[in-house]
Design a protein around this ligand. Structure first.
Ligand code: AP5
Length: 220
């Protein structure tokens, strides 16, 4: 099964993708995580992406399309994947169609997570995550059980993203509305789009996704 999760920054794509990955044995392909890994490793892509990401803008289509085309060619993607953060422009959506077709893959589900802008700012500004395993937390809605320690792996290396500052969040929302929202009608026209109320609490969103995908997904 191949899934695209669409939605603005902070909609909960990463949170839900991790639950789906665990329940259905699919691979989560987060372009944000891939870019952050490239920045941390100081690769050529990372050097190009760093300033763009910190400004809350979109990294170029060429880089992202190349990155995903290469990644979905890896063996672990044969059993299915969840795209989280890609596509983000109409050019990326068209390129995705072409690369799936070339590999004989199809897109089984495209699900939009709808959340109001005001809620997104509160979610992003309270977010922190585990550097070791990637588990995502929130100061108010999902704090770690023991302060400063990851529930999943016990690491004490918890961090906040540099692009989660208030001024950068505003730029990311602007980029979403101007460049990413136009792909919603693209998928609606292709008959593939469904949506969930991303304003609901995390477990309720997981329940809705479970119904749409027709598979049980544990709220963990
Ligand atoms: P990326 O890492 O993809 O960031 P994003 O899309 O802005 O999404 P986020 O990771 O911020 O949010 P999310 O929807 O995953 O929410 P989460 O589950 O963490 O991209 C970063 C940057 O990389 C971009 O700005 C761009 O520069 C570049 N980039 C990436 N892909 C690109 C592409 N394809 N093209 C060009 N550039 C690209 O949840 C957020 C918080 O809310 C958490 O604290 C969580 O605990 C909490 N939460 C989750 N669900 C709920 C709920 N239902 N109720 C209450 N709280 C909740």
């Amino acid at each position: 099964m191949n899934i695209v999760l669409l939605g603005p920054p902070g909609a909960g794509k990463g949170t839900q993708a991790k639950r789906i990955e665990k329940a259905l044995g699919l691979v989560q392909l987060s372009t944000g995580d891939m870019l952050r890994a490239a920045v941390a490793a100081g690769t050529e892509v990372g050097l190009k992406a760093k300033a763009v990401m910190e400004a809350g803008k979109l990294v170029s289509d060429d880089i992202l399309i190349g990155m995903i085309a290469e990644r979905i060619g890896e063996p672990d993607c044969k059993n299915g994947f969840i795209l989280d953060g890609f596509p983000r422009t109409v050019a990326q959506a068209e390129a995705l169609d072409a690369m799936l077709k070339a590999r004989g893959y199809k897109l089984d589900h495209c699900i939009e997570m709808r959340v109001d802008d005001a809620a997104l700012v509160a979610r992003i500004s309270g977010r922190y995550s585990c550097k070791n395993c990637g588990a995502v937390y929130h100061d108010q809605t999902r704090p770690t059980r023991v302060a400063g320690t990851c529930d999943s792996c016990g690491s004490k290396d918890l961090l906040r993203r540099p692009d989660d500052k208030a001024e950068t969040v505003a730029a990311r929302l602007k980029a979403y509305h101007e460049q990413t929202a136009p792909i919603i009608p693209y998928y609606r026209d292709h008959g593939a789009l469904r949506s969930v109320d991303g304003m609901a609490d995390m477990d309720a969103v997981t329940g809705e996704l479970s119904k749409l995908l027709g598979k049980p997904i544990a709220a963990v």
